[in-house]
Design a protein around this ligand. Sequence first.
Ligand SMILES: Nc1ncnc2c1ncn2[C@@H]1O[C@H](COP(=O)(O)O)[C@@H](OP(=O)(O)O)[C@H]1O
Ligand SMILES: [Mg+2]
Ligand SMILES: [Mg+2]
Ligand SMILES: [Mg+2]
Length: 349
Amino acid sequence: MSYDRELVAAKKAASLAARLCQKIQRALLQSDVQSKSDRSPVTVADYGSQAVVSFILEKELVDVPFSLVAEEDSGDLREESGKEILNRITALVNETLAGADTYASSTLSEESVLTAIDKGKSEGGPIGRHWVLDPIDGTKGFLRGDQYAIALALLDNGKVVLGVLACPNLPLTSIAHKDTAPTEVGCLFYAQAGSGTYMEPLDGSSPVKVTVSDIDNTEEASFFESYEAAHSMQDLTSSIAQKLGVKAPPVRIDSQAKYGALSRGDGAIYMRFPHKGYREKIWDHAAGCIVVTEAGGIATDAGGNLLDFSKGRFLDLDTGIIVTNQKLMPALLKAVRESLEEKSSSSSL
Ligand SMILES: Nc1ncnc2c1ncn2[C@@H]1O[C@H](COP(=O)(O)O)[C@@H](OP(=O)(O)O)[C@H]1O
Ligand SMILES: [Mg+2]
Ligand SMILES: [Mg+2]
Ligand SMILES: [Mg+2]
């Protein structure tokens, strides 16, 4: 089955949402220190991005039923205290649409913005088609001026069949060598089941096919993990890396930009072990997962099970998420198992 039409719509929606986010992040970085501790810019960008993606997808695919599983909802915006922010979001959404040829004459009311955001309340699941959206993944990175992504995927009967990752701050060339001069930034990764993964500049065309690293020696592998220590147990990832003989220090970056960078071989491994009790959401991994698997990689939980996106808004997993190429996976799984066993026996002492 081809999802060409859905892919065109998804790329359009994610690129436009990225433009909205870039505008806000630029303004944020130019603002003074005091307003940098204010979370409202990311709130405006988050909701604005979700409204734009939801509106564009529904318009582009008007002849088919629309179901969207997305991170944000309009609850707070409907409160009295949310009025001013809703006003800012609506203006921003309309400015963004005005810059897009097809939608230049669309003007959304505040009510239509709320409706577009609330389309994201779907529960997903194993039957039918559902879009999955993280309007800004890596909100902490966004606020710091670092990496973030707009992550959009399509589920068809529980399987991810298409994914688009817009990474406005990711360099177009490899991030593996930090000492090389900075290059242009802004990457759009996209993948369709069975058709490989491509990357193009966010503001252009000329796609290139990308593939994961083909290294088979764990000592040469570098690994990615969250920038935020609260999102993954860094003592555990460092023990796993040590078992594998990995020499390079971890590369810590925010958001699903990690999956994008891995899909073009900037590094060989991504490990994520949330602290006890955290439940992973499907929008934090669906787009990244297909981008990396179509590039030849493999993403599993700590028990080696493929990620299952058919269970609703949450992923139901064993312990953590690991991503690498086919050759390194057996060694990685073994090191993960050993490190987890050591951790549990030391904590039960
Ligand atoms: N305690 C926690 N453990 C693991 N992940 C967490 C977390 N708290 C938040 N997250 C998730 O981590 C995502 C960012 O991923 P990363 O750590 O790779 O940068 C966040 O996405 P949002 O920024 O969209 O909320 C959020 O869903
Ligand atoms: Mg997220
Ligand atoms: Mg988010
Ligand atoms: Mg969030």
